[in-house]
Design a protein around this ligand. Sequence first.
Ligand code: QNM
Ligand code: MN
Length: 263
Amino acid sequence: NAEQYFRELLDKRERRYEDLCRNIINDMNQYGLSVVDDFLGMEKGLQILNEVGCMYNSGAFQDGQLVHNMRTDARSAVRGDKIRGDKIKWVGGTEPGCSNVCYLTNQIDSVIYRVNTMKDNGILGNYHIRERTRAMVACYPGSGTHYVMHVDNPNKDGRVITAIYYLNINWDARESGGILRIRPTPGTTVADIEPKFDRLIFFWSDIRNPHEVQPAHRTRYAITVWYFDAKEREEALNRAKQENSRNNAIAAQQAEPDSTTPA
Ligand SMILES: Cn1c(O)c(C(=O)NCC(=O)O)c(=O)c2ccccc21
Ligand SMILES: [Mn+2]
Protein backbone atom coordinates (compact mmCIF):
# COMPACT_ATOMS: atom_id res chain seq x y z
CA ASN A 1 0.00 0.00 0.00
CA ALA A 2 1.02 3.68 -0.28
CA GLU A 3 2.26 4.02 3.31
CA GLN A 4 4.41 0.91 2.97
CA TYR A 5 5.77 2.26 -0.32
CA PHE A 6 6.78 5.64 1.14
CA ARG A 7 8.34 4.06 4.21
CA GLU A 8 10.52 1.88 1.98
CA LEU A 9 11.39 4.93 -0.13
CA LEU A 10 12.49 6.85 2.99
CA ASP A 11 14.45 3.85 4.26
CA LYS A 12 16.24 3.64 0.91
CA ARG A 13 17.13 7.37 1.02
CA GLU A 14 18.33 7.03 4.60
CA ARG A 15 20.55 4.06 3.67
CA ARG A 16 21.92 5.95 0.66
CA TYR A 17 22.75 8.86 2.97
CA GLU A 18 24.45 6.52 5.45
CA ASP A 19 26.47 4.98 2.62
CA LEU A 20 27.46 8.44 1.37
CA CYS A 21 28.69 9.44 4.83
CA ARG A 22 30.52 6.13 5.30
CA ASN A 23 32.30 6.65 1.96
CA ILE A 24 33.35 10.17 2.94
CA ILE A 25 34.74 8.87 6.26
CA ASN A 26 36.72 6.16 4.46
CA ASP A 27 38.06 8.59 1.81
CA MET A 28 39.06 11.24 4.35
CA ASN A 29 40.90 8.68 6.46
CA GLN A 30 42.57 6.98 3.52
CA TYR A 31 43.32 9.88 1.12
CA GLY A 32 42.60 13.07 3.09
CA LEU A 33 40.09 14.03 0.38
CA SER A 34 36.70 12.86 -0.88
CA VAL A 35 34.74 13.49 -4.08
CA VAL A 36 30.92 13.28 -4.12
CA ASP A 37 29.21 13.47 -7.52
CA ASP A 38 25.54 14.38 -8.09
CA PHE A 39 25.32 15.83 -4.60
CA LEU A 40 22.02 17.74 -5.01
CA GLY A 41 20.71 16.62 -8.41
CA MET A 42 20.18 18.56 -11.63
CA GLU A 43 17.22 20.70 -10.55
CA LYS A 44 18.76 22.05 -7.32
CA GLY A 45 22.18 22.42 -8.96
CA LEU A 46 20.68 24.57 -11.72
CA GLN A 47 18.86 26.75 -9.18
CA ILE A 48 22.17 27.42 -7.43
CA LEU A 49 23.95 28.10 -10.75
CA ASN A 50 21.23 30.57 -11.77
CA GLU A 51 21.43 32.35 -8.42
CA VAL A 52 25.23 32.64 -8.64
CA GLY A 53 25.00 33.81 -12.25
CA CYS A 54 22.60 36.58 -11.20
CA MET A 55 24.94 37.67 -8.40
CA TYR A 56 27.84 37.78 -10.87
CA ASN A 57 25.91 39.69 -13.55
CA SER A 58 24.68 42.19 -10.97
CA GLY A 59 28.35 43.07 -10.26
CA ALA A 60 28.17 41.80 -6.69
CA PHE A 61 31.56 40.06 -6.93
CA GLN A 62 34.59 42.05 -5.85
CA ASP A 63 37.33 42.43 -8.43
CA GLY A 64 39.67 39.48 -8.58
CA GLN A 65 43.26 39.84 -7.44
CA LEU A 66 45.74 41.13 -10.04
CA VAL A 67 47.82 38.25 -11.36
CA HIS A 68 50.43 37.82 -14.08
CA ASN A 69 48.92 36.93 -17.40
CA MET A 70 49.30 33.24 -18.13
CA ARG A 71 48.92 33.81 -21.90
CA THR A 72 52.11 32.78 -23.67
CA ASP A 73 51.95 35.18 -26.62
CA ALA A 74 55.08 37.39 -26.70
CA ARG A 75 53.22 40.73 -26.42
CA SER A 76 51.71 40.11 -23.00
CA ALA A 77 54.83 38.34 -21.71
CA VAL A 78 56.98 41.31 -22.77
CA ARG A 79 54.62 43.82 -21.18
CA GLY A 80 54.12 41.43 -18.27
CA ASP A 81 50.61 42.74 -18.20
CA LYS A 82 48.37 41.60 -15.42
CA ILE A 83 44.85 40.32 -15.53
CA ARG A 84 42.26 40.03 -12.84
CA GLY A 85 42.17 36.51 -11.44
CA ASP A 86 39.45 34.91 -9.40
CA LYS A 87 36.56 37.13 -8.33
CA ILE A 88 34.86 36.30 -5.04
CA LYS A 89 31.73 37.15 -3.07
CA TRP A 90 31.14 36.18 0.56
CA VAL A 91 27.58 34.99 1.23
CA GLY A 92 26.31 34.79 4.80
CA GLY A 93 23.09 33.10 3.84
CA THR A 94 20.63 35.66 5.21
CA GLU A 95 20.98 38.31 2.45
CA PRO A 96 18.19 38.42 -0.15
CA GLY A 97 18.84 36.51 -3.40
CA CYS A 98 20.98 33.76 -1.94
CA SER A 99 18.39 31.25 -0.71
CA ASN A 100 19.81 28.53 -2.97
CA VAL A 101 23.40 29.05 -1.77
CA CYS A 102 21.97 28.90 1.73
CA TYR A 103 20.22 25.60 0.93
CA LEU A 104 23.55 24.22 -0.36
CA THR A 105 25.47 25.20 2.80
CA ASN A 106 22.74 23.64 4.97
CA GLN A 107 23.05 20.38 3.01
CA ILE A 108 26.85 20.37 3.38
CA ASP A 109 26.49 21.22 7.09
CA SER A 110 24.33 18.17 7.74
CA VAL A 111 26.83 15.86 5.99
CA ILE A 112 29.75 17.32 7.94
CA TYR A 113 27.98 17.12 11.30
CA ARG A 114 26.94 13.56 10.51
CA VAL A 115 30.41 12.30 9.59
CA ASN A 116 31.85 14.15 12.58
CA THR A 117 29.61 12.21 14.99
CA MET A 118 29.28 8.75 13.37
CA LYS A 119 31.02 5.90 15.18
CA ASP A 120 34.35 4.55 13.84
CA ASN A 121 34.98 7.77 11.92
CA GLY A 122 38.77 7.70 12.49
CA ILE A 123 40.57 11.03 12.15
CA LEU A 124 37.23 12.82 11.87
CA GLY A 125 36.58 11.74 15.45
CA ASN A 126 39.52 13.90 16.62
CA TYR A 127 37.67 17.06 15.63
CA HIS A 128 34.69 18.75 17.19
CA ILE A 129 33.08 20.68 14.34
CA ARG A 130 30.50 23.20 15.46
CA GLU A 131 30.89 26.14 13.12
CA ARG A 132 32.06 27.18 9.67
CA THR A 133 32.95 30.25 7.62
CA ARG A 134 30.40 31.96 5.41
CA ALA A 135 30.25 30.66 1.84
CA MET A 136 32.87 32.02 -0.55
CA VAL A 137 31.40 32.10 -4.09
CA ALA A 138 34.30 32.25 -6.56
CA CYS A 139 34.35 32.87 -10.30
CA TYR A 140 37.36 32.48 -12.58
CA PRO A 141 36.47 34.54 -15.65
CA GLY A 142 38.44 32.28 -18.00
CA SER A 143 41.28 33.60 -20.23
CA GLY A 144 43.93 31.69 -18.28
CA THR A 145 43.04 32.85 -14.77
CA HIS A 146 44.38 30.45 -12.16
CA TYR A 147 45.24 30.16 -8.46
CA VAL A 148 48.80 29.39 -7.36
CA MET A 149 49.75 26.32 -5.29
CA HIS A 150 48.83 27.03 -1.68
CA VAL A 151 47.65 25.57 1.63
CA ASP A 152 44.31 26.91 2.89
CA ASN A 153 45.26 26.82 6.58
CA PRO A 154 49.07 26.65 7.03
CA ASN A 155 49.11 28.07 10.56
CA LYS A 156 46.35 26.54 12.66
CA ASP A 157 43.69 29.20 12.23
CA GLY A 158 41.06 26.61 13.17
CA ARG A 159 39.90 25.49 9.74
CA VAL A 160 40.14 21.69 9.41
CA ILE A 161 37.92 20.76 6.41
CA THR A 162 37.56 22.56 3.07
CA ALA A 163 34.31 21.84 1.20
CA ILE A 164 33.98 22.99 -2.41
CA TYR A 165 30.85 22.68 -4.58
CA TYR A 166 31.24 23.12 -8.37
CA LEU A 167 28.64 24.48 -10.81
CA ASN A 168 30.18 24.04 -14.28
CA ILE A 169 27.96 22.21 -16.75
CA ASN A 170 29.67 19.96 -19.34
CA TRP A 171 33.12 21.02 -18.16
CA ASP A 172 35.85 19.45 -20.30
CA ALA A 173 39.27 20.10 -18.76
CA ARG A 174 41.06 19.17 -21.99
CA GLU A 175 39.79 22.39 -23.57
CA SER A 176 38.78 24.47 -20.52
CA GLY A 177 41.53 23.58 -18.02
CA GLY A 178 40.55 24.75 -14.54
CA ILE A 179 41.57 21.48 -12.86
CA LEU A 180 41.96 21.50 -9.08
CA ARG A 181 45.30 19.76 -8.54
CA ILE A 182 45.86 18.55 -4.96
CA ARG A 183 49.29 17.22 -3.99
CA PRO A 184 48.60 15.29 -0.75
CA THR A 185 51.70 15.28 1.49
CA PRO A 186 53.44 13.19 2.49
CA GLY A 187 53.25 11.15 -0.69
CA THR A 188 53.97 11.40 -4.35
CA THR A 189 50.44 11.12 -5.68
CA VAL A 190 48.57 13.97 -7.36
CA ALA A 191 44.78 14.26 -7.45
CA ASP A 192 43.42 16.10 -10.50
CA ILE A 193 39.79 17.03 -9.93
CA GLU A 194 37.58 18.51 -12.66
CA PRO A 195 35.23 21.26 -11.42
CA LYS A 196 32.17 19.35 -12.66
CA PHE A 197 28.56 20.46 -12.16
CA ASP A 198 26.95 19.27 -8.89
CA ARG A 199 30.28 17.85 -7.66
CA LEU A 200 31.17 18.32 -3.97
CA ILE A 201 34.68 17.71 -2.63
CA PHE A 202 36.13 17.67 0.87
CA PHE A 203 39.76 17.80 1.90
CA TRP A 204 41.81 18.56 5.03
CA SER A 205 42.49 22.33 5.00
CA ASP A 206 45.97 22.14 6.55
CA ILE A 207 49.44 21.40 5.16
CA ARG A 208 48.36 17.87 4.20
CA ASN A 209 46.74 19.27 1.05
CA PRO A 210 48.67 21.89 -0.95
CA HIS A 211 46.57 22.59 -4.07
CA GLU A 212 46.26 24.88 -7.10
CA VAL A 213 43.66 25.85 -9.67
CA GLN A 214 45.14 25.39 -13.12
CA PRO A 215 44.52 28.08 -15.77
CA ALA A 216 40.83 28.19 -16.73
CA HIS A 217 39.77 29.09 -20.26
CA ARG A 218 36.03 29.23 -19.55
CA THR A 219 34.06 30.86 -16.75
CA ARG A 220 34.51 28.60 -13.70
CA TYR A 221 32.22 28.85 -10.65
CA ALA A 222 32.79 27.24 -7.24
CA ILE A 223 31.35 27.69 -3.74
CA THR A 224 33.64 27.01 -0.77
CA VAL A 225 32.93 26.71 2.95
CA TRP A 226 35.57 25.95 5.60
CA TYR A 227 34.69 24.03 8.80
CA PHE A 228 36.33 24.88 12.14
CA ASP A 229 37.50 22.49 14.83
CA ALA A 230 36.27 24.10 18.08
CA LYS A 231 39.54 23.61 20.01
CA GLU A 232 41.91 24.74 17.25
CA ARG A 233 39.64 27.73 16.56
CA GLU A 234 39.53 28.77 20.21
CA GLU A 235 43.33 28.54 20.52
CA ALA A 236 43.74 30.62 17.36
CA LEU A 237 41.37 33.30 18.66
CA ASN A 238 43.20 33.37 22.02
CA ARG A 239 46.57 33.78 20.26
CA ALA A 240 45.12 36.62 18.19
CA LYS A 241 43.75 38.29 21.32
CA GLN A 242 47.11 38.10 23.13
CA GLU A 243 48.89 39.36 20.02
CA ASN A 244 46.39 42.19 19.81
CA SER A 245 46.76 43.27 23.46
CA ARG A 246 50.58 43.06 23.13
CA ASN A 247 50.46 45.36 20.12
CA ASN A 248 48.12 47.76 21.94
CA ALA A 249 50.48 47.87 24.94
CA ILE A 250 53.48 48.62 22.70
CA ALA A 251 51.53 51.25 20.77
CA ALA A 252 50.32 52.87 24.01
CA GLN A 253 53.86 52.96 25.37
CA GLN A 254 55.20 54.58 22.19
CA ALA A 255 52.33 57.06 22.14
CA GLU A 256 52.81 58.26 25.75
CA PRO A 257 55.67 60.69 26.27
CA ASP A 258 57.51 58.74 28.97
CA SER A 259 59.06 60.61 31.91
CA THR A 260 62.63 60.48 30.54
CA THR A 261 61.92 62.54 27.45
CA PRO A 262 62.47 66.30 28.10
CA ALA A 263 59.17 68.23 28.09
C1 QNM B 1 39.28 31.96 -5.29
N1 QNM B 1 39.94 31.09 -4.31
C2 QNM B 1 40.11 29.75 -4.62
O1 QNM B 1 39.66 29.29 -5.76
C3 QNM B 1 40.71 28.88 -3.71
C4 QNM B 1 40.88 27.44 -4.03
O2 QNM B 1 41.69 26.75 -3.45
N2 QNM B 1 40.05 26.96 -4.99
C5 QNM B 1 40.06 25.59 -5.36
C6 QNM B 1 39.05 25.34 -6.47
O3 QNM B 1 38.30 26.26 -6.81
O4 QNM B 1 39.00 24.20 -6.96
C7 QNM B 1 41.14 29.38 -2.46
O5 QNM B 1 41.66 28.61 -1.60
C8 QNM B 1 40.97 30.78 -2.17
C9 QNM B 1 41.41 31.32 -0.92
C10 QNM B 1 41.22 32.67 -0.66
C11 QNM B 1 40.63 33.52 -1.60
C12 QNM B 1 40.19 32.99 -2.83
C13 QNM B 1 40.37 31.61 -3.11
MN1 MN C 1 42.41 26.70 -1.51
